[in-house]
Write a new protein. Structure first.
Length: 301
């Protein structure tokens, strides 16, 4: 039922509203509007963070040793375990990737490009002499998302059973029917000691969620210490000055950044610097690549 409620809310069938969001989160409307412009902005920030959190867990598995199909299978096992754990959020994320929810082609495009790139690696492993269209990966990813979406919408709690069939679907066009058949017979389990966490810490942080935009602001301050609000926004590529100011205020309240200038109240720009906690957070982000091609990957602090 949780999955169905998440799906209905994302589609607007239950009237997703600021009132409902703040009630569920236990925060005031004022706090909400200090962080987000509206419901869509909030949902996009949550999706952004969710995709980044998953990337933190999966990339180490996929970028490890082994053949393409082995690495992909290991990552898929863990992905489906994470989806089972975060069923409601996963339902929102998958439906968003299929075109529902708020308009944000940039985020959707980054995630889909990443997924297609992972699958398209199979072309380099294809049976000798077999010509495959680059659209093969797009078809495979679309099919897998559609299947996962249907299971989540139905409230299925047995997603681990999809590993073999999904691997068959992915492997078949690249490695042929024999290799695909072996994927159906293969038994895959999460790695020993696996828990749905990133780097030994919970995937979700009760203290602060670092979204892609927050990470870009931290990066901007690290690159240009003493930057003003406008300069931070320019380096972070955030076109809305109000959004930049909200993110900076949030980081300041949480002790991750501080301003040492006279400030706008005295007619001078702010001069932003990272605190020790901010530098530690930014350093953590720097060690990881971002989801879907960006050189940074976000993780919770």
């Amino acid at each position: 039922m949780a999955c169905e409620r998440g799906w209905a809310a994302e589609r607007g069938d239950e009237g997703l509203s600021v009132k409902a969001l703040v009630a569920r989160a236990g925060v005031s409307r004022r706090t909400f509007y200090e962080l987000f412009e509206n419901c869509d902005d909030c949902l996009l920030a949550a999706l952004d963070a969710f995709f980044a959190e998953i990337a933190v867990v999966l990339t180490a598995l996929y970028e490890g040793d082994g053949r393409w199909s082995q690495r992909l299978g290991a990552a898929l096992v863990v992905l489906l375990a994470l989806v089972e754990r975060e069923c409601e959020m996963a339902a929102l994320a998958v439906s968003y990737l299929l075109g529902y929810g708020p308009e944000s082609p940039q985020l959707r495009g980054r995630v889909l490009e990443c997924l297609r790139g992972v699958v398209d690696e199979g072309r380099s492993q294809a049976v000798s002499g077999q010509a495959l269209s680059p659209l093969t990966a797009e078809l495979v990813v679309g099919s897998a998302l559609t299947i996962l979406h249907a299971r989540l919408r139905a409230g299925s709690q047995q997603l681990g059973a999809l590993v073999g069939p999904l691997m068959w679907t992915i492997v078949l066009p690249y490695l042929g029917p024999a290799a695909a058949g072996r994927e159906l017979e293969r038994t895959r389990r999460p790695p020993t000691g696996f828990s749905p966490t990133a780097g030994g810490e919970p995937v979700r942080s009760p203290v602060m969620r670092v979204t892609y935009r927050t990470a870009r602001v931290l990066e901007a301050i690290a690159l240009v210490p003493g930057a003003s609000n406008v300069e931070v926004g320019a380096h972070a590529e955030i076109p809305d000055p109000g959004q930049t100011s909200k993110l900076l205020a949030r980081l300041a309240r949480l002790g991750r950044a501080e301003t040492r200038g006279a400030g706008w109240a005295r007619g001078a720009p702010n001069e932003w610097h990272l605190t020790d906690g901010g530098r530690e957070m930014e350093s953590t982000i720097t060690r990881r690549s971002a989801l879907a091609g960006d050189p940074r990957r976000v993780r919770d602090a």
